[in-house]
Each structure stands twice: as structure tokens, then as C-alpha cells.
Design a protein around this ligand. Structure first.
Ligand code: AP5
Length: 209
């Protein structure tokens, strides 16, 4: 199963991807996670990406397309994949189609997780992450409930940056909704419900049980 997860920042793509990974053992290819790992490791890619990410802007297409194209060559991706946070521009979508057609592995679905922007602002500004194990919690977690590690707020989860990310989404990424509708691959899921209910719809839409 080859899936693209679409949706605004904070719509719940990562949350639903984690559930798909747990249940169906599909590789999760998250460009945000890949970039954050590169920033943490201080690689040339991380150094280049950091200022774009901190400002809520998109990292240049050529950098991201190279990263994903390379990742899709890995053996595990031949059994299927969940792309989370890619594509995010029309140029990325066309590049993905061309790479998947070269590999003979077309997309099965583009799942749009749809959530109102004000709900998203509330979700993201209260999100906190554990700097040790990556656990995702809220501002109510003084320390990580899983490992006791320190919790921090992502630079791009501050309100002004969240609002810029939503503007960037509207301008650059939302047009992909029509792109995938035109390819007859689009499935829209109401993401403003309990995580388990959203996941039940995700499974149903993919004919998974
Ligand atoms: P990335 O990490 O992809 O950020 P994003 O899309 O903005 O994703 P988020 O992780 O914020 O949101 P999500 O939809 O995954 O939601 P989540 O499940 O975490 O990208 C970061 C940056 O990297 C970009 O801004 C850009 O600079 C760069 N980048 C990445 N990919 C790129 C690309 N292709 N091209 C160019 N640049 C790129 O959930 C969010 C919160 O809501 C959590 O706290 C969660 O617990 C909560 N939540 C989730 N579901 C629910 C629910 N149903 N009900 C209540 N709360 C919920």
C-alpha cells in the first residue's frame, strides 16, 4: 500500500501515520522527522534546513525531492510506504509521480486529514515533545510521562510561526487537494474527532481492517 498523507500542519498526519505503522508495519517516511534529525545531527542538510523550518517556511524543493527519492530506493519501501509531509508543492507532487512511475509503484491513495485552522492553532501551541524519547505531550506535562525526560516546545509551534505555516499550507500545499482529486486518489477524512475514530475512518477508506 503506497499512501500519501495530506493535511495542514497539526492536522494529525504524524499521529495517524504512527497508528498505521504500528498496525500494518509500513515504513513511515516523514520529511519533517528526517529534517529534524538532520538539524539535530548538524549535517549540511540540517544547517541548510533549520532557518526555513524555524520560520515555518518550506525547505527548497530540490533538497526535499532528493531526500525522498533516495529514501524510496531503500528495500523496506518496496513493500509499501506512508509519505507524511511530502509532497507539499506541485513541483514535489510531479516529481513523486515521476519517481513512482519509474519504480513501477503507483500511489494507492492520498488521504486528506481535514481540520479547522483554529483547532490546529490550539493543538500546536499546546504541543510539547520529550527531548529524550520524542514522546508527544501537551503543555500540562511538566516532564515526560514515559521516560521522565525534559519536555520542550518546537520552535515552529509558537503561535506566530504556526499561523505562518498555515498560510504557507494554503498557498503551496492546499492546491494538491485538487491535484489528487483529479488523479482519482483523494480521500477526505474528518480529523477533528477522537484519534481512534479518525483512525477507524482511515482504515475503512483504505479497505483495511
Ligand atoms: P512537519 O514535521 O511535516 O510538520 P507539519 O506538517 O507542520 O506536521 P506536524 O508534525 O506539525 O503536524 P501533523 O499533521 O503531523 O500532526 P501531529 O500528528 O503531529 O514539517 C516541519 C517543517 O519541515 C515544515 O514547516 C518545513 O519547514 C519542513 N518540511 C517538511 N516537509 C517538507 C516538504 N515536503 N517540503 C518543504 N519543507 C518541508 O499532531 C499535532 C498535535 O495534535 C499533536 O499534539 C497531537 O497529539 C495532536 N492531535 C493529533 N490528532 C489529534 C486528534 N484527532 N484530536 C486531538 N489532538 C490531536
Amino acid at each position: 500500500m503506497n499512501i500519501v498523507l495530506l493535511g495542514a500542519p497539526g492536522a494529525g498526519k504524524g499521529t495517524q501515520a504512527a497508528k498505521l505503522v504500528e498496525k500494518y508495519q509500513l515504513p513511515h517516511i516523514s520529511t519533517g522527522d528526517m529534517l529534524r534529525a538532520a538539524v539535530k545531527a548538524g549535517t549540511p542538510l540540517g544547517v541548510k534546513a533549520k532557518s526555513f523550518m524555524d520560520a515555518g517556511e518550506l525547505v527548497p524543493d530540490d533538497v526535499i525531492i532528493g531526500l525522498v527519492t533516495e529514501r524510496l530506493q531503500d528495500a523496506d519501501a518496496a513493500q509499501g510506504f506512508i509519505l507524511d509531509g511530502f509532497p507539499r508543492t506541485s513541483i514535489q507532487a510531479v516529481a513523486l509521480d515521476s519517481e513512482l512511475s519509474r519504480l513501477g509503484r503507483p500511489l494507492d491513495a492520498a488521504l486528506l486529514i481535514d481540520v479547522d485552522f483554529e483547532v490546529i492553532v490550539a493543538r500546536l501551541t499546546s504541543r510539547r515533545m520529550c527531548e529524550v524519547c520524542g514522546y508527544i505531550g501537551t503543555a500540562a506535562d511538566a516532564v515526560c510521562p514515559k521516560c521522565g525526560g525534559a519536555m520542550y516546545q518546537r520552535e515552529d509551534d509558537k503561535e506566530s510561526v504556526v499561523r505562518n505555516r498555515l498560510n504557507v499550507y494554503e498557498t503551496s500545499t492546499a492546491p494538491l487537494i485538487d491535484y489528487y482529486r483529479g488523479c482519482d486518489l483523494l480521500v477526505t477524512i474528518d480529523g477533528d474527532r477522537d484519534v481512534a475514530l479518525v483512525f477507524a475512518d482511515v482504515q475503512k477508506s483504505l479497505n483495511l481492517s
